[in-house]
Design a protein around this ligand. Structure first.
Ligand SMILES: Nc1ncnc2c1ncn2[C@@H]1O[C@H](COP(=O)(O)OP(=O)(O)O)[C@@H](O)[C@H]1O
Ligand SMILES: [Mg+2]
Length: 388
C-alpha cells in the first residue's frame, strides 16, 4: 500500500519502531521494547537515573490532538508516573490542533514531541546521524489483534455515521481505544468528529476515538486501538475488499416503519448475500434506528413484518442477528437529530463531540449505544479484548 517513494525506515510500523530505537540508542540511551499489548507506550529509554516512555506513532498523516492527549494522560496515571518524561515520536508531523496543544503545555512539559527523520529526531537535542545497516538484532514487536466493525446499509440517511460514531463512544467509555475509519465518500464522519475525541476516565489513562480517512488508514497507524469501526460506503463494492473481509461484526441500521421495512428488507437481504461472498465469519446485526414507540398493537404488527423480512436468512445463517427492537434499538432523539449543530455554531474551529450529553440525568443515545455494545458482546462476544 505504501508508495515506493517512501524511505525504507517508514515503510511500516516495525521498520519505523526499529529506526526510532536506533536513533535513540545512538544518542546514548538504552532502549527496551514494551511488553506486547502494553498500553500507553512502545519503548522505554534509560540513561543514568532517567527513565522515559516512548510512544511511537507510525502515521500516514499528521498527529492529532486526541492521540497526544492520550499519551499525556498516560504519563499522569499511576503507571505513567514511574517515568521521568515521555517522548512522542512520529513519521510526518503534528496537525494544527496538536501543535496548539503542545504550545499550551509550554517548555516545561513532561512530553517531548519529535519527528523521526532518516538521520535524526527533530527537536530531540541529541540527534546524531546513523548508518543504515540491518536491524535484525532488534526484537520484532507482535501486532496486537484488533476487532473490526463495519456499519453498512445500501441507503443513505439511515444512520450509518450516527451509529458508527456513537458505538465508538460507547466502547470508548468501556475503556477501549477506537479507530473510526471513514469509507463513505460523503466524509460526514470527519466533518462531525474532526480528527477524533479524547475520552477521559476515572482510572487515569482515558481512551481515544481516532478518526482516519480511508486514504490515511493503515492498521499500524492505530496500534493502540483495540477496536476499528468503519463507516462504510453505501455501495458495498466501493469499500476496500480487504476491510470487508476483515470485519468481525457488521451493523446494518434500518427503520421500523412500514415503508422502511418494505424498502430495506429486500435491500438488506441482497446486502447480506454480497457480504457473505467476501466474508462468511462476520456476525451481522440488523439494528432498528430512529425508533419511535408506536404503541403496543402497532409494534406487534411491525415486529411481525420485520422478523418476517429476515426469516429466510435467519434460518440458514447462524451469524445473522435481527435485533428485537424491544431488546435493543436506537431511539429517535433530539440529541441525535441535532448532532452536528456544533459544526454550524462554530464552523472555523469546530469542536469534536458526540450526542452523549445528559439531560435531567438521562441520555437516550448513551443508554441505547451502551445497550447495543452489551448486546453484541453477549451474542457474539468480544471477550478476548477483555483479557488484556
Ligand atoms: N436515532 C436518531 N434520532 C434522531 N435523528 C437521527 C437518529 N439517527 C440518525 N438521525 C438523523 O438522521 C440523519 C442521517 O443520519 P446519518 O447517520 O448521517 O445517516 P447515513 O450515514 O446513513 O447517511 C442525521 O442528520 C441525524 O440527525
Ligand atoms: Mg453517513
Amino acid at each position: 500500500m505504501q508508495s515506493s517513494l517512501e524511505p525504507a525506515y517508514i515503510q511500516d510500523f516495525i521498520h519505523f519502531e526499529q529506526h526510532v530505537a536506533k536513533l535513540i540508542h545512538r544518542a546514548g540511551w538504552t532502549v527496551e521494547t514494551a511488553k506486547t499489548n502494553q498500553r500507553g507506550y512502545d519503548l522505554v529509554l534509560k540513561k543514568d537515573n532517567l527513565v522515559g516512555a516512548v510512544q511511537v506513532k507510525w502515521l500516514k498523516n499528521n498527529v492529532t490532538a486526541p492521540q497526544l492527549l492520550a499519551f499525556a494522560n498516560f504519563l499522569d496515571s499511576e503507571e505513567g508516573k514511574k517515568f521521568n518524561f515521555g517522548l512522542f515520536v512520529t513519521t510526518k508531523g503534528f496537525g494544527g490542533p496538536a501543535q496548539a496543544l503542545i504550545r499550551s503545555w509550554g517548555k516545561n512539559s513532561k512530553i517531548r514531541c519529535v519527528i523521526a527523520q532518516e538521520n535524526k529526531l527533530i527537536s530531540f537535542d541529541t540527534g546524531i546521524g546513523i548508518d543504515d545497516e540491518d536491524n535484525s538484532g532488534y526484537p520484532k514487536p507482535n501486532l496486537p489483534k484488533k476487532v473490526y466493525f463495519g456499519v453498512f446499509t445500501c441507503k443513505g440517511g439511515v444512520g450509518k455515521t450516527t451509529v458508527a460514531a456513537h458505538l465508538a463512544g460507547a466502547l470508548a467509555l468501556q475503556g477501549f481505544n477506537i479507530a473510526l475509519v471513514d469509507l463513505d465518500p460523503e466524509k460526514n464522519l470527519q466533518k462531525l468528529v474532526g480528527d477524533g475525541i479524547f475520552v477521559p476516565n476515572t482510572t487515569g489513562i482515558g481512551t481515544t476515538i481516532q478518526v482516519f480517512d480511508e486514504g490515511d488508514w493503515h492498521e499500524d497507524s492505530a496500534r493502540d486501538c483495540q477496536i476499528v469501526i468503519c463507516d462504510c460506503s453505501p455501495a458495498l463494492e466501493r469499500n476496500p475488499e480487504e476491510l470487508v473481509k476483515r470485519l468481525d461484526y457488521c451493523i446494518i441500521p434500518t427503520t421500523l416503519n412500514p415503508l422502511g421495512i418494505n424498502k430495506h428488507g429486500k435491500v438488506i437481504q441482497d446486502t447480506v448475500k454480497e457480504i457473505r461472498e467476501l466474508n462468511q465469519n462476520a456476525h451481522l446485526f440488523v439494528l432498528v434506528n430512529n425508533f419511535k414507540d408506536p404503541g403496543v398493537r402497532r409494534l406487534k404488527l411491525l415486529k411481525n413484518v420485520y422478523f418476517d423480512a429476515y426469516k429466510e436468512i435467519s434460518k440458514t445463517d447462524d451469524k445473522f442477528h435481527c435485533i428485537d427492537p424491544e431488546e435493543v434499538c436506537i431511539r429517535a432523539s433530539d440529541l441525535l437529530y441535532y448532532w452536528g449543530i456544533h459544526i454550524i455554531e462554530n464552523p472555523t474551529n469546530p469542536a469534536s463531540r458526540l450526542a452523549f450529553d445528559l439531560i435531567g440525568g438521562r441520555c437516550y443515545p448513551r443508554e441505547d449505544f451502551i445497550s447495543l455494545a452489551d448486546y453484541i458482546e453477549t451474542k457474539a462476544g468480544i471477550g478476548f479484548l477483555r483479557n488484556h
